[in-house]
Design a protein around this ligand. Structure first.
Ligand code: PLP
Length: 478
């Protein structure tokens, strides 16, 4: 009889991963810290053209790129003379299932089908569940989504409830869990019992699927405006959106484009906490995911994460919940586009950043997502009020995550604030030191860390030296 205790299942996790993915991560490992990232990304063997062709089979990609003329004019009116970049938005809501996550699910579904799997399993409470379900449906595969939906009172955040509904609408079976550590256990057991494909968000397939998004943006802007975008703003959580987009931009020669990460500032709210879980109005694209994943990407459900945002980001901007709600209204009322929270997070930062940029520059908001039901800002605000959170108009600097949502009164109050990348790098290096003591790092480790933290090997050594002898303690990864 198989031992299905927590410890026994965790002990089998590498075998379960190997058979549910058909990918052996051990071949890329160079040390407890370093691995050959590009070899892993290239191991699938797909070219960009092949990925594009696979995506077109299931209604993914080729989404419109819109110029937001009225919003650009509004920003110019509140900017210094000569300032106010042209704002463009890539309308990813046009993908099957309504978000860029379809790009990510599409290659996994193709792989699962070609390798003869009967179905796909994914653990996510995000748009990705609906994307996997929609892609599975089109390839005649079964789909199981494992979701953290409820707190211990069985109350579900409206957006997560909407995401469960969407998964079921596309034909998936949804295993609805309360917040807690059992998610990974249930995922492993489900993979083992069904023998289905592991459609993890963090495999090379997922990230390759997003590269088409960066490539489309780069090529379309080059064709229409005769140059690459100056800035692309990307809503960041687990880091796949940013990683894939940045890699795609590079593939089409947009090396000079600044890639800016954006998250909603939820500092002070603890994501694993039963109460804080429902006291936030955003379920993705926030600092509760964005910061920990950027500073230690391998905290995921596969041995090596293909999403490595810190490698690719040139800056990080934070916005408040109230500012995003305000921009959600403006996008609807001025541009006639009613879209969802995650894309509007980067739109909010784009407005703040465009004010500092010259008029002849171009800033691209890299995605929209669909909206409706619990994703709608009115549902979120009603839910927040019902939990005792104050909602008012005023200066967005007064937002306090989990306590007060302040919706700006005027566009010139929308500013957000930068997050210091140096602090992120230091945190990343500290994590690495807890996996392998600094005095045991080889040149391979240091070079890997330099690439992963988007800096030089000298700088990695400086940061590591600053950690002191106590920097290196624990032994294992994950
Ligand atoms: C619509 C949308 N945008 C952005 C993100 C953030 O993507 P990532 O987790 O890859 O950083 C998500 C992830 O949940 C999403 O669903």
């Amino acid at each position: 009889m198989t031992d299905n205790s927590y410890q026994a299942v965790m002990a089998r996790k590498n075998d379960i991963m190997r058979s549910s993915l058909g990918l052996d991560y051990d071949q890329f490992n160079l040390s407890p810290i370093a691995f050959d990232y590009e070899a892993m990304m290239n191991s699938s063997g797909y070219s960009l053209e092949e990925i594009t062709a696979i995506q077109r089979e299931t209604k993914v990609g080729g989404t419109p790129l819109h110029e937001l003329r009225r919003l650009t004019e509004a920003v110019r009116r509140i900017s210094e003379p000569g300032k106010g970049a042209r704002i463009l938005v890539k309308d990813e809501a046009a993908n099957a299932s309504g978000s860029f996550k379809a790009r990510r699910a599409s290659i996994s579904a193709f792989e699962a089908q070609s390798k003869g799997f009967k179905g796909m399993v994914t653990a996510t409470s995000g748009n990705y569940g609906a994307a996997v379900a929609s892609q599975a449906a089109q390839r005649n595969l079964k789909c199981i989504v494992v979701q953290e939906v409820y707190d211990s009172q069985r109350i579900g955040q409206p957006e997560i409830v909407e995401k469960s509904r969407a998964c079921e609408a596309y034909g998936a079976e949804v295993l609805k869990l309360t917040v807690g550590p059992e998610l990974f256990y249930v995922l492993l057991r489900t993979l083992e019992e069904t023998g289905f494909f592991n459609a993890s968000l963090y495999t090379p397939f997922g990230i390759l699927g997003v590269e088409t998004l960066g490539a489309e943006i780069g090529e379309e802007v080059q064709a229409r405006y005769g140059k690459s975008p100056d800035v692309v703003v990307v809503t960041n959580a687990g880091g796949g959106n940013l990683t894939g987009t940045a890699r795609g931009l590079r593939r089409v020669g947009a090396e000079e484009t600044t890639v800016m990460a954006v998250s909603v500032d939820l500092s002070g709210l603890h994501m694993a906490s039963d109460t804080a879980f429902n006291n936030k109005s955003f379920t993705t694209g926030h600092t509760g995911f964005g910061v920990p994943f950027a500073t230690w990407p391998d905290r995921v459900d596969v041995p090596r994460n293909a999403a490595r945002a810190l490698r690719y980001m040139d800056g990080y901007h934070l916005v408040t919940q109230g500012e995003v709600f305000y921009l959600t209204e403006l996008l609807t009322k001025m541009e006639g586009l009613e879209r969802g929270p995650a894309g509007n997070t980067s739109l909010t930062a784009a407005v703040a950043l465009a004010r500092q940029m010259d008029e002849d520059q171009i800033i691209v908001v890299q995605e929209t997502e669909y909206t409706g039901a619990g994703k709608h800002h009115n549902s979120q605000l009603s839910f927040a009020r019902s939990r005792g959170i104050e909602v008012r108009r005023g200066d967005p600097a007064d937002n306090v995550p989990g306590r007060t949502i302040v919706i700006p009164e005027r566009l010139d109050q929308v500013a957000g604030k930068p997050l210091d990348l140096e602090r992120m790098r230091a945190s990343y290096i500290k994590h690495a030191a807890s996996v392998l003591p600094v005095d045991q790092w080889s040149e391979v480790d240091i070079n890997f860390l330099a690439e992963d933290a988007n800096t030089t090997s000298e700088h990695v050594q400086e940061i590591a030296a600053g950690l002191g002898a106590g920097g290196a303690t624990s032994t294992g990864r994950n």
